[in-house]
Design a binder for this molecule. Structure first.
Ligand code: CP
Length: 304
């Protein structure tokens, strides 16, 4: 039973297995294969989709879930360390799902825990389960992960979903267009990673022209909670707002993804556009997280 902390913990084969299992769970969501297992859900940062889709996934698999949605209701409030919190909760559960504001916290938790840990987002670092549901959404809408033109828009500096996704897609020969305010550019470590792998990427500040060639436009929220200077947030927050008029000359197969929550970056009118896929993407989170849990426990579904 292996923790999932970074998307690089999963090989291409692991990713294929998860995507195939997610398709299976989409067709057969209710399976009692997790009966007798307890999953601890520890959210030190707010969440709607990740926490509740994990809870839904555990329930559909017949497991039980314990945990907290606000660390201030736990003994962390009294000064308990992450080490002691994780060691204690590992005694009460078979798997820990954790979101934390500090980069590296999930890796640390996996090193001190006797049960596997799933990283549900650690600061600006990684969000691997979001990536797996993003890949599932891409394969469902494009039929393949291979050779796609992907526009990543918004907060590319702090956006952990962007960081995990570009790493995963780098095995499928993508062309990336990075569109961001100059304050929120993709960090050099990710550009170096892509250069080493021979992946084409381009940086832009305007996105209207590049969208014409895109198979996927992945919008992201500018994350107020990650800024040390509130003025920087004010300067960058409404740089990109996607509207229906901007989608008129785009490819037939284009889909708009967003990990959500959104603030202003996609106008509500886009929700009814057939190219909008972000609410279906959030739904795919349940099937994908069922698949991740099943893989970690080595559970066999009825048909395999
Ligand atoms: N996509 C995502 O992580 O959403 P939540 O913050 O609502 O979990």
């Amino acid at each position: 039973m292996k923790s999932l902390i970074s998307i690089s913990d999963y090989s291409k084969k692991d990713i294929s297995e998860v995507l195939e299992m997610a398709a299976y769970f989409e067709k057969n969501p209710n399976q009692n294969i997790l009966a007798g297992k307890v999953v601890a859900s520890l959210f030190f940062e707010p969440s709607t989709r990740t926490r509740l889709s994990f809870e839904s996934a555990v329930n559909k698999l017949g497991g039980k879930i314990i945990g907290f949605t606000d660390a201030s209701s736990s003994s962390v409030k009294k000064g308990e360390s992450l080490n002691d919190t994780i060691k204690t909760i590992a005694n009460y559960s078979d798997l820990i799902v954790m979101r934390h504001h500090l980069e590296g916290s999930a890796r640390y938790a996996s090193e001190v825990s006797k049960v596997p840990v799933i990283n549900a987002g650690d600061g600006a670092n990684q969000h691997p389960t979001q990536t797996l549901l993003d890949l599932y959404s891409i394969i469902k809408t494009q039929g393949s992960l291979q050779d796609l033109n992907i526009c990543l828009v918004g907060d590319l500096k702090y956006g952990r979903t962007v960081h995990s996704l570009l790493m995963a897609l780098s095995d499928y020969n993508p062309t990336f267009n990075f569109i961001s305010h100059s304050f929120l550019k993709i960090p050099n470590e990710y550009k170096n990673f892509l250069t080493k792998k021979g992946i084409k990427y381009f940086e832009h500040e305007d996105f209207t022209d590049v969208m014409k060639y895109a198979d996927i436009v992945y919008m992201t929220r500018v994350q107020k909670e990650r800024f040390s200077d509130p003025m920087d947030y004010e300067k960058t927050k409404n740089t990109y707002v996607l509207k229906n008029s901007m989608l008129e000359d785009t490819k037939e197969n284009l889909k708009i993804l967003h990990p959500l929550p959104r603030v202003n970056e996609i106008a509500p009118e886009v929700d009814k556009n057939p190219k909008a896929y972000y609410f279906e993407q959030a739904e795919n989170g349940v099937y994908t997280r069922q698949a991740i849990i099943a893989k970690i426990f080595g559970l066999k579904t009825i048909n395999n």
